[in-house]
Ligand binder design. Sequence first.
Ligand code: ADP
Ligand code: MG
Length: 328
Amino acid sequence: MKLDATDLRYVTSDEFRVLTAVEMGSKNHEVVPTSLIAQISGLRNGGVNKMIGELAKRNLVSKVQNAKYDGYRLTYGGLDYLAMRALSKRDSMYSVGNQIGVGKESDIYMVADAEGSEMVLKLHRLGRISFRAIKNKRDYLGKRKSASWMYMSRLAAQKEWAFMRVLHEHEFPVPKPIDQSRHCILMEFIDSYPLRQVSDVPSPGRLYSTLMDLIVRFARAGLIHGDFNEFNILIRRDTGEPVVIDFPQMVSTSHENAEWYFNRDVECIRRFFRRRFRYESALYPRFRKTLTETLDGDAFRLDVMVAASGFKQKDMKTLEEVRPKCCT
Ligand code: ADP
Ligand code: MG
């Protein structure tokens, strides 16, 4: 989906009120009745109809003809718009540039602030590939399929934001988090290549141990990345140092499947180094040993800090249920 920053300027304040009303109405309606949109926005019916027509033309909302009533729902375009408008109102970002990545469940754009400093905007788009998962979760999501995926995307962004902040505060090599709204995260741009694209490094052995040390450092702080692979490790263009990204699937070392996640992260790195660099080492971290050693040391629990940061355990569980990535 294309993002159009110029659109930010062409939505009138009344149209914006109507769009916000659709978003608010979506909290408990899959299809928001036009009368409710009018009520929330506090505008006259006639006025609302005209503005909603304008919004629909730009694909910010879409009309749904229901058996019971006609109404509208917010599109991903509308949600993108609301998030970017919030970020630009707070002066966090000013303009949108090129799309630099299409992840499994996200779109990544280069954006800039008013001074022209580059940043990265990550828009979560759950539901793009996890279609199979939703079939099994029909009870949970009910009929509110699209609204639910948007809700899940918000949760994923909030979770990623909470983790990125604590990790950054504790000097883990992650991008600096800048701002967050709805399903979006604004962060520092890392001038880098994903490890996936790197065919040659000066010392595979050194990079291997840096990455394994990082897995250990995460675990000692109570965390497992959960998707620690060559796509989520960026190699800085200038120094060759790794930077880790992509945190919506992080789990605590107290998670019931923690050891399985930990081993999978370790195995991903081992396999990649074997295949790409023909590098193999008998040395690799073991979950139990890592945790035992932690008890002797001065452990600090980042998982506990994330829980305290306001991202609820309940929301963590909800996300896990629709993104089953584990063996169980
Ligand atoms: P997904 O959850 O969809 O996998 P990621 O957060 O892993 O999304 O980002 C997808 C891709 O976008 C990465 O592989 C990387 O190439 C690029 N990217 C993401 N964040 C940054 C960043 N802060 N700086 C530079 N490139 C980034
Ligand atoms: Mg990724």
